[in-house]
Design a protein around this ligand. Sequence first.
Ligand SMILES: [Zn+2]
Length: 197
Amino acid sequence: MALLTLGLGAFVVVALTRKNIYAGSALSLGQYVEPYDVVHSNTADARKFDEQYSPPDNVWTNAIALANNVINPAMSWLTTQSNIAFDLVVDSWYRAPRTNEAVGGEDDSDHLNGSAVDLKLFSGSTLRNELLVRAILASGASFDQLILENGTDSQPAWIHVSYDATKTYSQQRNEILRYNGSSYTEKSRSWAENLYL
Ligand SMILES: [Zn+2]
């Protein structure tokens, strides 16, 4: 029991130290996400994939572009529309190769270079991912891919969104996909607008 407690304590200390390092980073991600959100991974922590916390520089470039072009406009639109407090939860952002493999990510996943993020929006304990999709669409944010993952059409379990920093804002594909747990279906913007706006 003493060993177990010591082990857990050491784990918490490592996690807090990492959080402090990244919290102090002067990256311009905006007010809705922080650098720790980009690198944090429970899977990497559990498996001691330390490289998860030392991403290549281009990961930060891609993460900043994604935050500034998609997350920030969407969340800023949402806060102007409602007085309700929302919690934006980052489930998965950058994944080091071993982390990506461990979670079953695709070999060419955009998570590998930090240009994709998996997000959930909560109001209290209630999942409000439909509002997150509405906010992304209504804010006019441009994205490479927006994938509505699992759950149902009207309440996906989480939202995967990516931004291709090698292209301009107007060159983004703005591709919308629905993933039902087994296959992807491409959806039109009007399908999404009818459902979410
Ligand atoms: Zn994803």
